[in-house]
Design a binder for this molecule. Structure first.
Ligand code: NAP
Length: 245
């Protein structure tokens, strides 16, 4: 029987590449989206045309009721959930002194509460009763080393690492692994606020000499969900071209 993966924020960017990688590997895939409905529908059509087993589910990950409803839909469509990829996230460039409480709360709501909601719902409804599962949380190199002008983002992404390590210990006796993928600079809408000049500076700082592709991150996620990675838990794997070593 095919395994099932739920990926948050999967209509575009890194999430979309992760969805395609799993779909073409024979997984049943739930593509979660919040606002990118058109992109989600067209990705679903593209994958279904190629014979993949895919559904799309709208849910704002900050809203527990919407999350629970989505997880119920996935379970009734595919039976259970084997892999959860918490990819949905937001970022913002601001001086620390300009960040207000609303900015900080929004950042923590999407990046941390969203991960908490999804993880607790999937654990309760599928992984814990079956004592089986793999959770992969998308952090960032900035959660490892901090970024100037991204204090709120770095805070949230560092929290993802702490949450994942603690959870890996708590869930290991239940045969559930939890790992973090912390990408470097990857070409998606998230980098669109950077000028061409900023992008050039960033690229020059990367030892491998290029900005990462969404497929580089998807391949790492796919590996962590594989049978070959069954002895890996509580780890942070960082596809970053050598930017952080
Ligand atoms: P992106 O293209 O901006 O995608 C962000 C995704 O998050 C979108 O699909 C969006 O869904 C989803 N999202 C945001 N708020 C949501 C909410 N409340 N509920 C559900 N989904 C929500 O950015 P990306 O670069 O692919 O980022 C994906 C992940 O990688 C993020 O966690 C990001 O922090 C991380 N990351 C990115 C980079 C990079 O350089 N690009 C580097 C390190 C880490 P809708 O569009 O449907 O609203």
């Amino acid at each position: 029987m095919s395994k099932t993966v739920v990926i948050t924020g999967a209509a575009k960017g890194i999430g979309k590449a992760i969805a395609k990688t799993f779909a073409y590997s024979g997984y049943n895939v739930c593509i979660n989206y919040n606002t990118s409905e058109e992109e989600a529908k067209s990705l679903c059509e593209e994958l279904a045309k190629d014979g993949c087993n895919v559904i799309i589910c709208k849910a704002d990950v900050t809203d527990r009721k919407q999350v629970d409803k989505m997880i119920d839909t996935v379970i009734s469509s595919f039976g259970n959930i084997d892999v959860l990829v918490n990819n949905a996230g937001i970022s913002e460039y601001k001086l620390f002194i300009d960040i207000d409480e609303k900015d900080l709360k929004r950042m923590l709501d999407v990046n941390i509460l969203g991960t908490f909601n999804m993880t607790q719902s999937v654990l309760k409804k599928s992984m814990l009763p079956r004592k089986d599962g793999t959770i992969i949380n998308i952090s960032s190199i900035w959660g490892m080393v901090g970024a100037s002008l991204e204090v709120a983002y770095s805070t949230s992404k560092a929290a993802i690492i702490g949450m994942s390590k603690a959870l890996a210990k708590e869930l290991a006796p239940s045969n559930i692994t939890v790992n973090v993928v912390a990408p470097g600079a990857i070409s998606t809408d998230m980098l669109k606020e950077l000028s061409d000049e900023d992008m050039k500076v960033l690229q020059d700082e990367i030892p491998l000499g290029k900005i990462g592709r969404v497929e580089d991150v998807a391949a790492t996620v796919k590996f962590l969900a594989s049978y070959e990675a069954r002895y890996i838990t509580g780890q942070v794997i960082s596809p970053n071209g050598g930017l952080v070593i």
